[in-house]
Design a protein around this ligand. Structure first.
Ligand code: TRP
Length: 528
């Protein structure tokens, strides 16, 4: 296999775990998970989420890590290195796509037609390398708008430090937030500052940049979170919030709840767009992949749960409405902090937490693109970082300006409408919908099929075994049952249930089926 001897590697598995957890722990954990859980059955949803993380998250994360470590390449290079010379499946997908593209063109839908036809031809020509291209494009697009939000967290951190977040009520906070994000100059300035922080870390490389900062920022994040949880839980009336978040309500569980949980888990674990492949590509052979991937999943889930224990106790203690996303984080919470003793301190801690979470995720997105530029174009790290950082920052400008007003970029807005006959409220929303509904789920689905069926679980398992100290093949079920010395379950007995077998079955059947359902749900194909 293409062993890339000059490739930089992590100093140790702790660096890898913290950096990957840093990628996973982001806005999704803090502003999305708590609300989704509270709305969808509280503790009942959390149980489903935990099952999804273990049954789908873990096998897919293992698949992405193993692709990276095996090939020692960025996602494009990884899929290219393992791409089969012929692939019937690629033809079965590519030809119908190309044909439908032509039909759509004949119907006069230019935008969709070109996309579908182009996609079909690309699949026919490049086969599985397309997955790597899709992943890198997704990383590029996500970072461009993620960094706009990152800019807001920086802005609010600064405002908290200056004691400017004391609002009389949510209306006032809403007006202030609206004014901040629709002020193009300010949005742009903080977006650029945030991108600058990401560029600075990635510029310094894996050990001196990404790993070093993960080891500083992640412990800081945990410390801030614990302090905030303690503060929130000791507020009078906090228990009502805990109840909203965690009290199980099984009547709210429907088939769709499972899809919501799985989609959230996918986004939260940074799966499906190559970030984990890239971090895996900096791993040494002596690292236990089972142990490290479980650690990442546990940390990410823990932070999502703790974030809920900060937000809802505070919201309910102050009699506020639990809402979602931007409104909750930038409007309701600042109002609450303003009414607390030492409010500026708590506000600062909270926005610092949010900023650090966004920063370490953004670093992994930038590293995904930088590693592609280095491997594929042969650029040096410094050049790759500056050029891709600059290009992403430029695309982010469009997102930042579009939130204020699409009409400022009239031409672009009209082009989107003309090509696709619809356009979301802003370029920002367009980027978000395309990447999280389409690219991320398709990327995850393709990754499972590739590892499970094309490259094959056989070869993947050989790589996973390395450094895993026999855990893949241990007869854990007979150990767990206390029957490992029973002669029926001795090592020679065929059919013992090992982690290797479980993983193979999940990657080939369970994960792709589950992700396919999430995808169909996300694009609205399941109705309702
Ligand atoms: N996991 C991140 C969050 O919870 C968001 C995210 C999704 C992401 N895919 C990613 C981050 C890929 C980095 C790389 O907010």
């Amino acid at each position: 296999m293409a062993d890339n001897r000059n490739r930089e590697h992590w100093g140790g598995s702790l660096g890898f775990v913290l950096a990957t957890a840093g990628s996973a722990i982001g806005l999704g954990n803090i502003w999305r998970f708590p609300y989704i859980a509270g709305q969808n059955g509280g503790g009942a949803f959390v149980l489903i989420y935990l099952a999804m993380a273990l049954l789908i998250g873990l096998p897919v994360m293992l698949s992405e890590i193993v692709l990276g470590r095996r090939t020692q390449r960025n996602p494009i290079g990884a899929f290219r290195a393992l791409n089969p010379p012929q692939c019937a499946l690629a033809r079965w997908i590519g030809i119908p796509l190309a044909v439908s593209g032509i039909l759509v063109l004949l119907l006069g839908q230019w935008g969709w037609g070109i996309l579908i036809l182009g996609g079909g031809l690309l699949v026919l020509r490049k086969r599985w390398t397309v997955v790597g291209l899709l992943a890198s494009a997704a990383a590029f697009m996500i970072l461009s708008y993620y960094s706009v939000v990152g800019g807001w967290t920086l802005l609010y951190m600064g405002r908290a430090a200056l004691g400017q977040l004391a609002f009389a009520d949510v209306e006032a906070a809403k007006t202030a937030f609206g004014a901040a994000v629709t002020h193009p100059g300010q949005s742009i300035l903080f977006h650029l500052l945030f991108m600058g922080l990401c560029v600075a870390v990635v510029f310094a490389g894996i050990r001196k940049g990404v790993e070093r900062w993960a080891k500083i920022l992640m412990p800081a994040l945990f410390a801030m979170l614990v302090v905030l949880v303690l503060r929130a839980l000791t507020l009078p009336g906090a228990m009502e919030g805990v109840r909203f978040f965690l009290a199980p309500d099984f009547s709210k569980i429907t088939g769709r709840t499972f899809l919501v949980a799985l989609g959230q888990m996918f986004f939260s674990m940074s799966l499906g767009m190559g970030a984990v492949i890239v971090y895996g590509s900096y791993l040494q052979k002596d690292v236990n992949l089972f142990r490290t991937s479980s650690a990442v999943i546990i940390l990410d889930t823990l932070v999502a749960l703790l974030a809920g224990l900060v937000i809802f106790p505070a919201v309910f203690a102050f009699g506020m409405e639990p809402t979602a996303g931007t409104g909750l984080v930038f409007q309701v919470l600042p109002t609450i902090f303003g009414q607390m003793n030492l409010g500026a301190l708590w506000a600062f801690l909270f926005f610092a937490l949010l900023m650090v979470a966004a920063w370490t995720s953004a670093i992994s997105l930038l590293e995904t693109i930088v590693s592609a530029a280095m491997d594929e174009l042969g650029w040096a790290r410094h050049k790759a970082t500056l050029v891709s950082g600059g290009a992403i920052a430029a695309l982010g400008l469009v997102s930042a300006v579009s939130i204020a007003d699409w009409s400022r970029i009239e031409g672009l807005h009209r082009a989107v409408v003309a090509l696709f006959t619809t356009a979301p409220d802003s370029f920002f929303d367009l980027m978000d919908a395309v990447t999280s509904n389409w690219m991320l789920t398709l990327g995850g689905l393709a990754t499972c099929i590739f590892v499970g069926w094309i490259w094959g679980t056989q070869r993947a398992m050989e790589e996973i075994r390395e450094g895993s100290g026999g855990i893949a093949d241990a007869p854990w079920l007979s150990w767990a049952a206390g029957l490992h010395q029973d002669e029926h379950y001795s090592r020679e007995l065929p059919g013992k249930l090992t982690l290797a077998l479980l993983w193979g079955v999940f990657v080939r059947f369970v994960c792709p089926a589950a992700i396919l359902l999430v995808f169909l749900n996300a694009i609205g194909a399941l109705g309702g």
